[in-house]
Each structure stands twice: as C-alpha cells, then as structure tokens.
Design a protein around this ligand. Structure first.
Ligand SMILES: [Zn+2]
Length: 779
C-alpha cells in the first residue's frame, strides 16, 4: 500500500514539513487531493478522527488511526506521520473503490478480438482480417495463393546481399487483386501480364505503351480494368505506380465503362464519368481531377468521351496522368486530326490503345497507332516513310524487280518484329478451347413417298414450268419466292401444305390425291412418319429423352413448323417451352431461366430462327436441331451459339436436317458457298431475289433423285472410294472448315453421336460431321 502511494513524495513531505503536503499527493487515478489536505488540517487541530473516518465507512470504520492508542505522550511529530500515512491509505482505498466498476467494465469489454466471419481462414501471408500486417514492405496480396496472378516478381536476394542492402528498398511482388484473379480467364491473365510488362517498360526499354487488339468477346475491358486497378494500388516499391488514370472512349461507351468498373471492382473505386454538360461544370470537375494527388484520391479514374476530351484538353494537359486508355482506339489512325493531337499532348507516359478491329494494311495508319502508344519507336513520320513505307510499297509494286521485293519483305518483317512487341491480338477461336467439344452434323434425310410425289407434281406443274419460262432473262418473281416457301414447308411435313393441296392452289392442282384417303391433319393425330425429317427428329428426341438427361433446342424458320413441333410434343408427352415473338423481355427471361434449370421438367425449347432475339442463352440444352436451313448462314450460326457458349458444361450436338436432293440441300450449298466467301451475306429474304439467275432457279426447283447427298456429289470428293470415305479430313480441320473437309458417311458406322446412330434407319441417307476441337484432357 505504501509503495503504491508514492513513498518518495511522502518522504519529501515529512522532511520539509511543507504546509503544501497534500497538494502534490496524487492518487493512483491521478486525481489531485487538495480537498483531503483540508481534512488533515482539521484532524491536526481538533484531533477528531471520526471526521476523517467518514469516507471510509464502507470498510467497517477500520482505519489505520483508529488502531493507534490515544496516548497524550505521543509527540506531535508522530501524530503527523501517522496522520499522513493514514490519509494516504484512505485515499488509495477510496480511489480504488471509485475505480473498480470502471476497471471491471473495461476488462469485460477488453475481450480478445474475434473474427466476425464464421470459419474464416486467414491467409498466412499479407493482409488478412483481424491480424495486423507484419512489417511494412509486403505485397498487397499473397503471391503464393493458388490462383494468384503475379505481374512482378522481385529478384531473389541472397541472405548475404540482404545484409548489405537497405531493407527499406527491397522490391515486393505485384499481385492482381484476388477479386479479379478469380474472374480472369487464362487468356485474360496473359493479356494483363502483357500489358503490365509494356506499361512498365519491361518489354521495350523506354517505351511504356501497347495496343490491346483482342477480338470482341475476349474481355478487353476487364483486362484493362485489371491493369488500371493494379497500377493504382501497387508497385514493386510498395507504392502505387500511378495516382490516376484516364479512360477515353466514344461517347456511347462512357456509361458502359462506368458500369464495367463498378461491376468488376464492386464499389472499391468511384470513377468520374464525363460526357457532355456545361463547359464550366466540366472544367471544374476536370480541374478537380487533375489536382487530385495522394494515396487515396476520391476519383482516381476519369472516363471521358473523345469529343469532350478534345474540347477540354487544355485542363487535362496541366499535369501528369499515370495511365491513359483509349477505347475504340482505331479512331486514332490519323495522326493529323485534332483529337489525336490533343491526346498526344497529354502528359501520360503509359498509354494503352484498345481496338477490336484488325489493324488495316494501310502502313501510315499503322504508324499513327503505334506512334501514339510508343512515340518514337518507329521514328518520326518522315523517318517511317523513308525507312519502312517506301521500300515496302516498292516491293509490292507490280513492276517491282526481285531486289525490291526482297527488300520490301525484309522491311515488313523488321517492322512486324518491332510492333509485335507492343501489340497483342487474340481471336475468338481462342474461346472454343475452353468450351466442351461441339459436334456438328449435317444430316441428309430421305423424303417419304408422299413428300416425293407431291414435290414432283409441284415442280412439274404448269404453274412452275410457265413461271420459269416467263422469267427468262428476268429476276425471281414473288411467285417463285412463294413456290420456294411451299417446297420448304412440304419437306418439313406434308401437313403444312395440306390446305394448298386440298384447295388446288397454283402448282398443287394435282397433289391432293397423294394424301392417304380421308386424311385430315386438323382432326387427326400427327403422323410423324409422313415426313422424312420429322421421322428422324421423332426418333432422335425419343432416344435422347430415354437415355440422357439432355435438353434439346428446336429451331425452324416457320411458325407453322413450330406448331408441328408442339403437336409432336403433345403426341409424345414432352414438356416444352416456346419462345413467342410477342413475349415481354421480362417474361422471356423467366422462361429461359426456367428452361436452363437442369431440374426443371422442360425437355424442349422451340425457337424461330427469325424471332430468336439477341443474346438468348440456352445453355440448359446441349443439343440443337436446325430443322430447316436459312438463306443467311449468320442466322444459323447465331442459333447454334445459343447452346455452345460460355457456361456450357456438356458436350454439344448440333443437327442440321436437310431433305436430300431438294431445295433445302441447294439452299444449304449456297449458304456454304456464301460462308466461304463471307462477303455478300444476304440479310433479308428480298435480297435472295437479286442473287438468283433463271438458271439458278431452274436448278433450285429440280429434285435430285437417287443420291444419298447432292452436296457430296457436287464436291467431286477425292477422299471417297465407292461412296465410302477412305481418307480422313486434314488434321487441322474442324467444324469451321469448308464442308468438303468434314468427315462424311453413308452408313451409321462412321458416326460419333450415339443418338444419331440410333435413328439412322428412320431415313438418313448421308451425314457430314466434324467437331469443334480436340478435348483438352483434364486430369
Ligand atoms: Zn467423300
């Protein structure tokens, strides 16, 4: 007790007999005890100890003084001493009593910190919840996490060197934020690393720019956001490499960039998006942005349209910017224009140009883009002309002599070698390797006798013959267009033209007699066996339903055919969904979600190839039947992409049904031809007219009989002997290759797809098939 009451102070007071004794005494709680000194003096004068006992009543009136004998012989010195000591103890005890609830509460509240997330596994490295980081120089994120993307690896320093070097200067890893790591695909990780190496001058010394020219759909924006976020937060020397970044984009994409940043960074940063507004407002915002410095700026990212940038370039030129990203960067192909100049004068060393369009052959445009990101890498415009453009163009000239050609080629290679170090371009083909294998099969189906009879009678009818004669030298008429549609419907199912036949419409005058007696499709149950294609579809669906958990998308050009599908589903009790053109977008989304749920009972999704709508994602199905070919190959491609796309986990099977020898096979041939040319793609039915001569039309209406495949006949295939493929397709071919480079077979033996094998006998005459890619074996 005495010890805790500052004995040195007590000793001092005793030796000097200072009247100020009490004033310097402090209780353990630090409170001054002046008031208590007054009590002491009272005790001295009146010797009434009871008074000083007052505050100690709680202790049962037991005090130090009360224990002393009340002896008149006790000297005043001793009394003084006893008084002081008693006072000290009293103060101490009293103070402690006043304190204890506080201490107790504090102790209760000072429970050790617990991590509020149940089952949280702290990382053994770097930053983690509830644990203070050890030491100052550490990477922001753990470079040894399983999925970590390390953009910068510090060089190894030996223990010996560590002693010699200043530990405050050791470089640290630069590691992409795990929230982005987990969404980046392998090619995107590669792209981010490439750009990081460019903008930090690792790839080309003293050059800090690059061109990101990935095709659409490969995630250029995400890669750029990752780069930007990393640079804004980290650097090898423990400080962010940049303080702020500018994204320049076409006006229509400003909002998109804002949304993408929020989407991927989830509110970790609030970009400043500027597109339009009053000049003074914009200037004020931009000035604020340019004056932003420090480690945690409010808006470290500015998103601005090209137009606004050009108009307010003056403000933006005022100070340095860490990084500038130019979306749709091919706008900068002309180094003379004002926007180019405005951007060029930006005090930004790190420049990334995004472009999804392949860079044109125009060398000067090429120069402008490369010059923008890495000024001087190709010299000045004049130097470039002299050194590269002129010799390359001379080499390409029709009159070029061998020496010129050689020099031109050399210069082109030299140029490519320089610029390839700062350009990255990947195509969409890259995506396929992450998807499951897709088997595409083109299936030639025999017509039923009924279909063949009606077909022949129609194309031999006077109406058609006259039509083809009268259009001599003239383009296709609307009547021939209607005739095409009738034939296409006939090969889908004779029911679809039943009314025409019964009413003896043009061309169908002699067709009604071919139908079975008393046939009435409206009143009777559907007879799939009357159509070659529908028989095969019926068999295929039954096999898939019985032996797999797969779902199927059925696509046709005609709503009437979709009605037919509905009747088939009714007949076989299949649950189905039909996307209706009149459906609201909300309803559509609901229907699609429900179908994609693997546990939902819907087995079939019916889709019109015309009213399919954009971006429809039907990955719940992994089989897709295109019941009739479209004039436009793009429509068919689009339909196939609904199942074979991101998120699909199962192998996909695409079936394209063609009625053999009929107009369908001919449409398909034209389609394949068009695809090969990929130049004149027809978008509308009317356009078809312009693409047909009368000779074409005659060919179109001619039924090729006694052939398993008219298409194969036209190839004059050299890989087949006696109708059997003896030589496989080239190693590097896939289902994007020309059809003549696909596998093909006239019997089910050569097929890969079990389901198709099962229904070969239903009327398949020939099949072309190929796969998208070789499956990467996952161990
Ligand atoms: Zn062949």
């Amino acid at each position: 007790m005495r010890r805790s009451a500052a004995p040195s102070a007590v000793a001092k007071r005793l030796s000097f007999q200072s009247p100020e004794i009490g004033s310097s005494v402090k209780t353990s709680s630090g409170r001054s005890c002046k008031r208590k000194r007054h009590n002491l003096q009272d005790a001295d004068q009146d010797d009434e100890l009871g008074m000083v006992q007052e505050p100690l009543k709680d202790m049962g009136n037991v005090t130090f003084m009360s224990l002393l004998p009340d002896s008149p012989s006790m000297s005043s010195h001793v009394r003084d001493w006893v008084g002081v000591v008693s006072d000290m103890c009293r103060f101490y005890i009293q103070g402690w009593l006043e304190m204890w609830p506080e201490l107790l509460i504090r102790r209760l509240l000072n429970k050790p910190f617990k991590i509020p997330i149940p089952n949280y596994q702290p990382s053994s490295y770097g930053r983690c919840l509830g644990i203070r980081r050890q030491g100052a120089r550490q990477p922001l994120h753990d470079p040894f996490e399983p999925n970590a993307l390390v953009l910068y690896d510090p060089p190894e320093i030996s223990e010996h060197d560590k002693l010699k070097l200043d530990s405050a200067k050791f470089p640290v890893h630069v590691v992409v934020d795990p929230i982005l790591c987990q969404v980046l695909r392998p090619h995107q990780r590669e792209g981010v690393k490439f750009m990081y190496d460019c903008v930090t001058g690792i790839r080309i010394p003293d050059s800090y720019g690059c061109i990101m020219a990935d095709e659409m759909g490969l995630g250029k924006t995400l890669q750029c956001i990752t780069l930007m976020w990393t640079l804004l937060k980290q650097g090898p020397d423990c400080n962010p490499l940049i303080e702020k970044a500018i994204v320049v984009a076409p006006s229509s994409l400003v909002k998109n960039w804002y949304n993408e940043i929020s989407k991927w960074l989830g509110g970790r940063v609030t970009p400043l998006a500027i597109d339009g507004g009053s000049k003074s407002d914009i200037d004020r915002n931009l000035t604020g942005f340019m004056n932003t410095y420090g480690r945690r700026p409010v808006n470290p990212i500015l998103i601005i349209s090209y137009e606004t940038f050009r108009l307010h370039a003056k403000v933006l030129h005022q100070s340095e910017v860490g990084l500038v990203l130019c979306d749709e960067g091919h706008r900068l192909k002309n180094s003379e224009n004002q926007t180019y100049q405005a951007l060029m004068n930006l005090k930004a060393r790190r420049r990334v140009l995004l472009s999804g369009t392949p860079i044109q052959n125009d060398l000067l445009e090429y120069f402008s883009l490369v010059h923008f990101v890495n000024e001087g890498i190709l010299g000045t415009a004049n130097e470039f002309r002299r050194k590269f453009e002129n010799p390359i163009l001379r080499g390409r000239d029709a009159d070029a002599v061998a020496e010129d050609i050689k020099k031109g080629t050399e210069k082109l290679q030299e140029l490519a070698a320089i610029v390839n170090r700062c350009i990255i371009r990947r195509t969409q083909a890259l995506l396929t390797k992450y998807l499951p294998v897709k088997y595409e099969q083109v299936i030639c189906c025999r017509l039923t006798p009924l279909q063949e009879d009606i077909y022949q009678s129609f194309v031999n009818s006077d109406t058609i013959r006259r039509g083809l004669k009268s259009t001599e030298g003239v383009k296709m008429t609307s009547s021939s267009l209607a005739a095409i549609t009738s034939l296409k419907k006939l090969v889908n199912h004779p029911d679809l033209i039943f009314e025409h036949c019964r009413n003896g419409k043009e061309g169908f005058e002699n067709a009604f007699k071919f139908y079975p007696q008393a046939y009435n499709p409206v009143k009777q149950r559907l007879q799939p066996g009357l159509s070659g294609k529908l028989s095969i579809l019926d068999g295929l669906l039954a096999f898939v339903k019985a032996s797999t958990t797969d779902k199927v998308v059925l696509v046709s050009n005609y709503t009437q055919t979709l009605d037919l599908f509905e009747r088939l589903c009714g007949l076989r009790s299949y649950r189905y969904v039909r996307l209706d053109g009149s459906m609201t977008i909300k309803k559509r989304a609901k229907v699609v979600d429900q179908f994609n749920d693997p546990t939902s009972p819907e087995f079939i999704f019916m889709l019109s190839s015309k009213a399919g709508g954009c971006g429809l994602n039907l990955i719940g199905a992994n089989r897709l039947v295109m019941f009739d070919p479209d004039w436009n190959p793009a429509n068919d491609e689009q339909a196939m992409a609904r199942v074979w796309r991101d998120g699909q986990k199962k192998e996909c099977f695409i079936y394209r049904l063609l009625a053999v020898g009929t107009i369908e096979e001919k449409i398909f041939q034209r389609q394949a031809h068009k695809k090969a040319l990929s130049s004149c793609v027809v978008d509308r039915e009317e356009d078809v007219e312009r693409h047909f001569s009368v000779a074409d039309l005659r060919d179109l209406f001619k039924l090729e009989k006694n052939t398993p495949s008219d298409t194969h006949d036209k190839f004059r295939c050299k890989r087949c002997v006696n109708g059997i493929q003896v030589k496989g397709p080239p190693e590097d071919s896939d289902c994007n290759s020309d059809l003549s480079l696909w596998h093909h077979c006239t019997s089910k033996k050569g097929l890969v797809d079990l389901a198709l094998k099962q229904c070969w006998e239903a009327g398949i005459t020939f099949a072309f098939h190929h796969k998208s890619h070789d499956q990467i074996k996952v161990v």
